[in-house]
Design a protein around this ligand. Structure first.
Ligand code: PSV
Ligand code: MN
Ligand code: MN
Length: 388
């Protein structure tokens, strides 16, 4: 059986990055429901992120999306993060919200549009230099709605060229994460639709280009843990965008739709020793909280990842290896299920108490009065949201 103290130590060290955009208002293509107390700028988003870290002890970094988080002075933003006990995490360029990108960004048939998109990617590396962020997290909305709309093969060439130019601009300690998504906003063909396409481009570029797995970006029934195991084996798993989906790219709280899938993914991570910081796998959330209050939803998401991780750490590796070697199909499955069916909440409460954190982070957040404080103090100004 795994040693209890080793499990607790691994849980204490686990770090989960929250996305700045989850603190702002968001919605569906039908409606954005505004909430009270929403941050009005990236500084206030960090203030809220600090609460998630304060009550979980596990979320010390925040991913930025540019231009949603554009500020005049990124050093000041970094300084603000530091003053809150946070740091700035992955930088996400945004090449999907401007008129020119109607037919794509770096895959656009027009060289002038491609140049504009590339300039933005390079600007984001400049921002990384200032913030000390080590990951450029790329997702492209590029694709086609109709057969024949553009040449699929030539678009792959254009993609390669822009990725190569961006990769060449990265510093030694910086890396590029390439996210795939099989559909939306394009409906017929997407230029980076799957892990294979992303992997091939990363393999062409070099070691510091890695695949980013957004758990919401797969066709129903896709075996995501297989993808994770494969990429880990090749040293190409750069990180995750965790969220849950029932139907499409729902961006719901991770672990809400399918906690068992999250456990299976974390089992592959633990098995490969990829939980440690040295493995350089970024555990990031990419979620939107359209109906539920943002801060407790993010705290809940962190707890869900921790619970899946705790269960994965409790898998009896020796017993599993033995059963697998013996071809014991039921026995090996039972080892996994025993771990999955363990109630790990008392163990995690203990880990928190050891770290001086309240055992029930959500209750502690509600008791803190922070929600009431931001509702009262953020009356004026424009709340942050997609595009702001
Ligand atoms: C696209 O669906 C995506 O997952 C990318 O990571 C974007 O950066 C993010 O969502 C925007 O919310
Ligand atoms: Mn994502
Ligand atoms: Mn997504």
């Amino acid at each position: 059986m795994p040693d209890r103290n080793t499990v607790k130590a691994a849980l204490t060290e686990q770090r989960i990055e929250t996305p700045s955009w989850a603190y702002g208002n968001s919605g569906t293509r039908f409606k954005t429901f505004a909430q009270e107390g929403i941050p009005r700028d990236p500084f206030e988003k960090l203030d809220d992120a600090a609460q998630v870290h304060r009550f979980t002890g596990a979320a010390p970094s925040v991913a930025l999306h540019i231009p949603w988080d554009r500020v005049d002075d990124y050093s000041a933003l970094g300084e603000h993060a530091r003053s809150l006990g946070l740091r700035l995490g992955a930088i996400n360029p945004n090449t999907f919200q401007e008129e020119e990108y109607r037919l794509g960004s770096i895959c656009n048939p027009d060289p002038a549009v491609r140049a504009k998109a590339l300039a933005h990617l390079l600007e984001c590396v400049d921002i990384m230099d200032t913030t000390g962020s080590d990951a450029l997290s790329l997702w492209f909305a590029d694709g086609l709605n109709y057969p024949g709309q553009d040449c699929i093969a030539e678009r792959q060439q254009r993609l390669s060229e822009a990725l190569r130019a961006t990769y060449g601009r990265l510093g030694e300690h910086q890396r590029m994460l390439l996210e795939y998504k099989f559909f939306e906003p394009a409906f017929y063909a997407t230029d980076v639709p799957d892990w294979g396409t992303s992997y091939a481009h990363c393999a062409d570029l070099g070691e510091r280009a890695q695949v980013l797995v957004d758990t919401g970006h797969h066709a129903p029934g896709t075996n995501i843990e297989f993808i994770v195991a494969f990429l880990l084996g090749r040293g190409r798993l750069g990180g995750f965008h965790f969220n849950s989906r029932f139907y499409a790219d729902d961006d719901l709280m991770v672990g809400a739709a399918d906690p068992f899938q999250l456990f299976r993914i974390m089992h592959e991570i633990v098995r490969a020793g990829a939980l440690q910081d040295s493995a350089n796998v970024a555990f990031m959330l990419d979620q939107c909280h359209n109906l539920e209050p943002k801060i407790p939803a993010l705290i809940r998401s962190v707890l869900n990842v921790q619970e899946a991780t705790a269960k994965a750490l409790l898998v009896d590796g020796d017993a599993l290896a033995r059963a697998q070697r013996d071809g014991d199909v039921l026995g090996s499955n039972a080892v996994l299920m025993d771990a999955y069916n363990t109630d790990v909440r008392p163990l995690l409460a203990e880990v928190r108490e050891d770290a001086g954190i309240a055992p029930d982070p959500i209750a502690a957040y509600h008791r803190s009065g922070y929600a009431e404080k931001i509702i009262a103090s953020r009356k004026d100004g424009t709340p942050a949201g997609w595009g702001a």
